[in-house]
Write a protein that binds this ligand. Structure first.
Ligand SMILES: Nc1ncnc2c1ncn2[C@@H]1O[C@H](COP(=O)(O)OP(=O)(O)OP(=O)(O)O)[C@@H](O)[C@H]1O
Ligand SMILES: [Mg+2]
Length: 951
């Protein structure tokens, strides 16, 4: 072995960069670094050097290395990075490392499970959990994560690298990847793109110069080596360190003298492919060594000698001897387990094996590993490399691995395993079960390609036989809808409903029926008729009964029937709070809407808390987004506008970060509404633009509330005609969809009156009031009364507004209450009843100040000033100048929550939390966390707040 092993020539610049990056990481400025270059150019060597530097500087190093075979290994790199650390740690340290990271348990610890995540969310939970695990480990000491041969990384791990890369900035972590530039056959998203997107430092080690090559030649073959000879070596290898190393091994072995005369002999060795040299070397040793080398190539680096020996058909002693020979000729690295000195050598040997032989060898390898109960994923990797052969055992092993993969949140790997098992093909009787598993994996993984491929068999095999159909209809329908085959989905469900009926399983039938009705966007009237049908058939205190009540509650809301009854039904459906677990796809969100619209805010708060807890326990960002969003909705109705803005911003941030918005656009509505109430109209406009909803709004029920929000924004900007157009469109859509949820008439009437269309305005306002009374919730009635008053104007309107105020005062609909108070005051003032005007205006101003309802506060303040009341200027105290996020974080910090816990609770990074707090201190004019509680409390008594001319 050449003596230069370990010394790196001409890498000073790269080493300096590595040193600087490590230095930054230790200071808490983490980052991503990519070593990129062709095979053998010296990436791994630099990565090793970085690891040594890091260890010397006291960073903790976590390592992983991709393998050509292991590309399909679910979360293979991630597991290499973290498993050893967790395995070595004391139980309490493991717990500390996993705080906020519950979702990674099944992946990284054996025998652990977490609550099943909802559809499509599994990835996010896992990614988020892995992020916290990393960040918790970094809490103890700075980290260097190295991933060699990342171009062979599995999909899941690469997704995690992408996730963490955008969060490294505030962490003491350097993540260093080494990869060849995009390999053919690599996934669309290459490591190079990852690095580019995250502004990684990229190091591209260059080929060695003639001088460096000469130095290496001389240190290997003797100082007397002739210049011509060294030049010939440079030319033959193009300065590639690996090629040179390999050449020198060969020259040494052959005893070539490094003279000028021999230089031409080197020329003859060219053009030399890297693999030829290795194979030539291997050809010179005995058959057992060759067989062993092939066996290790099949098993991959890290193979056990006994496995490799068995695969090569060697006795123990023979195998040991063969491995020594391979070490001697520089093919295997010394030591156990077995590994090649370089991945290029493995590739050379592996690709030399004939395809049929290779497939057989992988099959034997799988059997071997299965016999000693190795990790199913390890076995599956080999099975994926075999040719289909109708082997029942292979099918079973793949199903095993797939089951595990699903549990670990790697549904996409499970799809691959099962698809391969399907190709085997499986014996007839196994097929339905296998397809069933494939369906679940596709459903969980949201794998469109697999869906396309298996739709035929899914329908043919699963939808034809009653047992299979009943068992799979829900998932099958979901997958079919996802693939744009709504009709198929609907008919599958309809057939399943029939089957359930035939078996008198009315609960099951109801569930499937509701899924169909919801997905078909069936109008409430028809749903109602369907529900009647089940009324007598369902037993009390069963999940089916809860589902029935939930659907009834939703129907009442949709048809605007009776708030009290809707709330009552919703409460009963939610009794015991088992509903969230029972109805994964249908209605929990609708029930919250029912409670909000029925203005049962206390129970709505409880329901939202439950959803919030479920989300946090599972680390589920989409569910958390839902909980945050509805909380914002609730707070807005209660007039807690500042808080609503905080929650709405969090919801929209989660939605945007994780790309949920297209599937579930509601957060746009909440953020826009909250911003309008804060008087931040430009910001609200920007939110609509960002979501692509400032021009066309898709014609789907999901978007109707957003249309109404856009109308409110336009109205606030004084663009009345546009606001009116949007509201009338809301009305058209609501009518067409058979819904009575959004009280658009009351708002539209006011706009119509403003545009001079009194008669039309009055008609709408009256119908609005009639509908509101039918619904019977105070907030909606107050709003309708106010609308009618504004349309009418005059003395009459004072009475109407007074009635509205009276109805709203005892309710919790503070936003509406403040609006009515303000309008009442304004109307009285215009009628020159100044003294009478002051009281409602003062009340409105006080409430608006408390809740941070700035738009209303401004209006009430103006009106009050116009009555001649002496007022201090409406000015924000320091606290009022805080942004929503700052305010939320400040109050958590003031109550003693640590930054890390704040970050975990709000799904932010610690760095973001720190930045926000720094801004908070600055705005409040304080120096430290200790002063926070006082500074925030000062604000509770607005009189003492310092004036800051902000708004
Ligand atoms: N600058 C250098 N000076 C001397 N030897 C080097 C240098 N860089 C790499 N080597 C040696 O060359 C060989 C190949 O380098 P290395 O394994 O780092 O390549 P690589 O870029 O990781 O290749 P691959 O893409 O195949 O993984 C190793 O034996 C290494 O020790
Ligand atoms: Mg390498």
């Amino acid at each position: 072995v050449p003596a230069y092993a370990g010394r790196l020539l001409e890498r000073e610049a790269e080493l300096a960069e590595l040193r600087a990056a490590l230095q930054d990481a230790r200071r808490g400025v983490g980052g991503l670094l990519l070593l990129e270059g062709a095979a053998g150019i010296g990436k791994s060597a630099l990565l090793r050097a970085a690891e040594q530097l890091a260890e010397r500087q006291g960073l903790r190093v976590l390592r992983a290395r991709g393998g050509e075979l292991e590309r399909e290994f679910p979360y293979g790199l991630v597991r290499q990075l973290f498993e050893p650390t967790l395995a070595e740690a004391e139980p309490e340290d493991v717990e500390a490392a996993l705080s906020g990271a519950a979702a990674v348990r099944p992946l990284l610890l054996t025998g652990q499970s977490v609550p099943t995540p909802p559809v499509g969310a599994a990835h996010f939970e896992l990614l988020h959990g892995l992020y916290w695990l990393t960040s918790n480990l970094a809490e103890r000491s700075s980290l260097l994560l190295t991933v060699d041969d990342a171009h062979w990384g599995d999909e899941g791990s690469l997704r995690f690298f992408d996730y963490i890369a955008r969060r490294l900035e505030g962490l003491p972590i350097l993540m260093a990847l080494a990869a060849r530039p995009a390999e053919p056959g690599a996934d669309a998203r290459t490591v190079g793109q990852l690095a580019a997107e995250h502004h990684a430092r990229v190091l591209r080690p260059a080929a060695l110069s003639e001088a460096a090559v000469a130095e290496l030649v001389r240190s290997a073959l003797g100082q007397e080596a002739a210049t011509e000879f060294c030049e010939a070596c440079h030319k033959a290898t193009a300065g590639n360190p690996f090629a040179l190393r390999d050449l020198l091994v060969e020259l040494q072995a052959e005893g070539v003298a490094p003279t000028a005369a021999e230089a031409s002999a080197i020329g003859k060795l060219t053009p030399r492919t890297l693999s030829r040299a290795v194979l030539a070397r291997l050809a010179r040793v005995g058959v057992s060594a060759q067989e062993l080398a092939r066996a290790v190539a099949v098993l991959g680096d890290g193979a056990e000698l006994r496995d490799a020996g068995a695969l090569a058909g060697l006795e123990r002693a023979e195998a040991t001897e063969a491995s020594d020979v391979l070490v001697e000729i520089d093919i295997l690295a010394p030591g156990r387990p077995l590994s090649f000195v370089h991945p290029l050598i493995r590739s050379a040997i592996y690709h030399e094996i004939l395809a049929g032989e290779r497939s057989a060898a992988h099959e034997s390898a799988a059997r071997l590993l299965a016999a000693r109960e190795a990790d199913p994923d390890e076995i599956a990797v080999h099975l994926l490399a075999t040719d289909p052969a109708g082997e029942g055992e292979c099918v079973e092993l793949l199903r095993d691995a797939a089951r595990r993969a699903v549990d670990r949140g790697a549904a996409d790997a499970a799809v691959k395993y099962l698809a391969r098992a399907w190709d085997e093909p499986p014996p007839g009787p196994v097929r339905p079960a296998l397809l069933r598993e494939l369906l679940t994996a596709t459903f969980r993984g949201g794998d469109v390609e697999a869906t396309e491929r298996f739709i035929g068999p899914f329908i043919a095999v699963l939808a034809n036989e009653p047992d299979a159909l009943l068992d799979s209809a829900e998932e099958l329908a979901y997958v079919l809808y996802g693939a744009g085959r709504a009709e198929d989905a609907s008919s599958v469900l309809a057939r399943a409903v029939e089957c359930a009926h035939a078996r008198s399983d009315y609960g099951g039938a109801l569930r499937l029926d509701l899924q169909r009705l919801q997905a078909d966007r069936t109008p409430p009237r028809e749903i109602k008729a369907r529900l009647e049908y089940y009324r007598g058939a369902i037993r009390a205190a069963t999940p089916a009964e809860r589902l029935w009540r939930a659907a009834e509650a939703w129907h009442k809301v949709a048809s605007g029937d009776s708030a009290a009854e809707a709330a009552n039904l919703a409460r009963r459906a939610l009794r015991g709070w088992t509903f969230m677990a029972e109805a994964p796809q249908f209605l929990p969100a609708e029930l919250i809407v029912a409670l909000l619209e029925a203005e049962d805010f206390d129970f709505a708060t409880q329901a939202i808390d439950v959803v919030d807890n479920v989300a946090r326990a599972a680390g589920s960002t989409p569910i958390l987004m839902v909980a945050m969003g509805y909380r914002a909705d609730l707070e807005l109705r209660r007039g807690q506008v500042a808080d609503a803005l905080v929650d709405a911003s969090t919801a929209i941030e989660l939605g945007r970060q994780h790309g949920f918005l297209p599937a579930w656009p509601y957060p746009v509505q909440w953020i826009a509404d909250a911003l309008v109430e804060r008087g931040e109209l430009d910001a609200a406009q920007r939110e609509l633009q960002l979501a692509g909803l400032d021009a066309d709004i898709p014609d789907d029920v999901l978007y109707t509330p957003i249309l109404a929000s856009r109308a409110r924004l336009s109205a606030a900007r004084g663009i009345h005609q546009r606001a009116l157009d949007d509201l009338m469109e809301v009305g058209r859509r609501e009518e067409r969809d058979g819904r009575e949820i959004i009280p658009w008439r009351s708002d539209a009437a006011v706009l119509l009156a403003g545009l001079g269309k009194r008669a039309h305005a009055r008609r709408l306002a009256e119908v609005g009031l009639e509908r509101a009374r039918r619904w019977g919730a105070a907030g909606r009635i107050g709003r309708a009364l106010r609308s009618l008053a504004l349309v009418d104007g005059g003395d009459e309107s004072v009475l109407r507004l007074q009635e509205a105020v009276e109805i709203l005062a005892p309710s919790q609909c503070t936003l509406e209450y403040m609006r009515s108070l303000t309008d009442l005051g304004a109307t009285l003032r215009r009628l020159n009843r100044r003294a009478a005007a002051r009281e409602p205006l003062r009340k409105a101003l006080e409430l608006a100040r408390t809740g941070g309802a700035l738009a209303i506060a401004m209006r009430a303040h103006e009106e009050l000033a116009a009555t001649g009341e002496k007022l201090r200027p409406l000015a924000a105290s320091g606290v009022d100048s805080l942004t929503p996020s700052e305010r939320r974080i400040a109050s958590m910090a003031a109550s003693g929550t640590k930054n890390r816990d704040i970050a975990q609770a709000l799904f932010l990074t610690v760095k973001t939390v720190e930045t926000h707090l720094t801004n908070v201190y600055w705005k409040l004019g304080i120096r430290s966390r200790k002063e926070l509680p006082n500074a925030l409390a000062r604000h509770e008594r607005p009189e003492t707040g310092r004036a800051a001319a902000r708004w």
